[in-house]
Design a protein around this ligand. Sequence first.
Ligand SMILES: NC(=O)c1ccc[n+]([C@@H]2O[C@H](COP(=O)([O-])OP(=O)(O)OC[C@H]3O[C@@H](n4cnc5c(N)ncnc54)[C@H](OP(=O)(O)O)[C@@H]3O)[C@@H](O)[C@H]2O)c1
Length: 260
Amino acid sequence: MSAASYPFTSALVTGASSGIGEELTRQLAAAGVPTVVVARRGTRLESLAGALDGIEVLAADLLTDEGVDAVSARIADADRPVDLVVNNAGFGTSGEFHTLDPDRLADEVDLNVGVLTRLSHVALSSMIDRRRGWLLNVSSVASFQPAPKLAVYAATKAYVTSLSESLYTEAKPYGVTVSALCPGLTKTEFQSVSNTGHYQSSIPGFAWTTVEEVATAALEGVVRGRAVIVPGALYKGVVSVGSVTPRWLKRAMSNVVQRG
Ligand SMILES: NC(=O)c1ccc[n+]([C@@H]2O[C@H](COP(=O)([O-])OP(=O)(O)OC[C@H]3O[C@@H](n4cnc5c(N)ncnc54)[C@H](OP(=O)(O)O)[C@@H]3O)[C@@H](O)[C@H]2O)c1
């Protein structure tokens, strides 16, 4: 996609220090879209700023009030409007629910659901005032069915897809687009953070999408005004078959995948 085909002229990406967020930032920079990058690891963000044009570093821990306030203030800054806001920062935790650290699970819900909701609210308030804007919330194919041993993660992403689809309909009359990005398995730091590294040997190569495919599909979907973006033919098929699959069968199938 050429730079001219992006209607947005500025962006903010949370979770830009690695994986999908980093690649979105690279593609936005290649298209000449100035981008504010947010994550805890400021050194990673500074390296991106050194390598790419138009990067503004905003190092912030979104699990702190100060971090959320700083990012909210940047999104709401009327003198430097942000056209495209990408709520991408998120993480998962694998294992049987009752064995996992409840504080970590609470942080996962706070980041994937609470912070995303707060930043969506700030973004849409500014965008609807301006009658211009694009909000991209990063969800997952895990949002479409339960995921035993990734139970909290799948539940947080079900929230993200549902919220984003509702907001899509609310924001549309104001000329503002809201999209949910629902990637399937993608090799990033997600696997080490969520302790799902074993998927890389147990799940065949054709089931993995690359960060490049995911980011390209995401930006194309946003430009086309899609409510739900599922990168890759395989996962598009999985999601459409899933929409007519009985819930008991979806539970059984996802249990087989998680056993890995
Ligand atoms: N990879 C997959 O298979 C997959 C599939 C579907 C959906 N997703 C979703 O895609 C999104 C991006 O994940 P990824 O796969 O690219 O994983 P990743 O490489 O682990 O990236 C996660 C990003 O979130 C940031 N982050 C985490 N906690 C944060 C905090 N408290 N404050 C600020 N930033 C924070 C991390 O930066 P710092 O550590 O520097 O803060 C990092 O930049 C997530 O929402 C994930 O759920 C991933």
